[in-house]
Design a protein around this ligand. Structure first.
Ligand code: ATP
Ligand code: MG
Length: 194
């Protein structure tokens, strides 16, 4: 499952867990992006912070792991490179790429997607506010997951406004955000009780 994870939230974790159960996956590898090419003009937190929050959020699940392939590759992140690298690292694995409805729509609009299909099976999951459409492609499966109306953008906005993100993101991620003062929060107070 690729993502900016800025920060990782329960929408990501529920989607991953549901797909893993439905498709009987051995492992879900979370792959935080380096600089996402779609978000070149936006300010994205340092890759190391996003990577560490993803590690914290997934640490308690033995089937969840985190890969540094995108964080360590210089330049903008393209999904094709992610899949090539994962395939090189695990040549015998059947790869499934998990994506929410919004990201799936973007992927299906790319012009050179044919190599993507040869590297992984795509699984699109429902996301509140977005229409899930696999455009009839047989290499894309669609799955309804419990609706989590959470986005990283909303989490960042909340932190900046001094509003709580408890229960939207895992507890350790709330504390990590406060510790480093991410998203315009106040690191000095270290206040994670709000
Ligand atoms: P941002 O608002 O910064 O874009 P985001 O919440 O969309 O953040 P991303 O890191 O962009 O999170 O998303 C990674 C992947 O997780 C994408 O495939 C996205 O569609 C999916 N996803 C994110 N939030 C949800 C959610 N609440 N339910 C289902 N899928 C989700
Ligand atoms: Mg997004």
């Amino acid at each position: 499952m690729g993502g900016t994870f800025d920060p990782i939230h329960h929408g990501h974790l529920v989607a991953a867990s549901e797909v893993a159960a439905k498709f009987d996956l051995d492992e879900v590898v979370f792959v935080p992006t380096g600089q996402p090419w779609q978000k070149m003009s936006k300010k994205v937190s340092e890759a190391e912070h996003r990577y560490l929050m993803t590690v914290i959020a997934t640490a308690s699940n033995p089937r969840f792991t985190v890969s540094r392939v995108d964080v360590d590759r210089p330049g903008p992140t393209y999904t094709i490179d992610t899949l090539r690298d994962l395939h090189t690292l695990r040549p015998y694995a059947d790869l499934f790429f998990i994506t929410g409805a919004d990201a799936l729509a973007q992927i299906l609009s790319w012009k050179d997607i044919d190599e993507l299909w040869s590297l992984a099976h795509f699984v699109g999951v429902t996301r509140p506010g977005h229409v899930l459409d696999g455009m009839g492609r047989k290499d894309v499966s669609l799955l309804e997951v419990p609706a989590m109306a959470i986005s990283s953008t909303d989490c960042r906005t909340r932190v900046a406004a001094g509003n709580p993100v408890w229960y939207l993101v895992p507890d350790g991620v709330v504390q990590y955000i406060a510790k480093y003062g991410l998203y315009g929060g106040d690191p000095d107070t270290g206040d994670t009780s709000a």
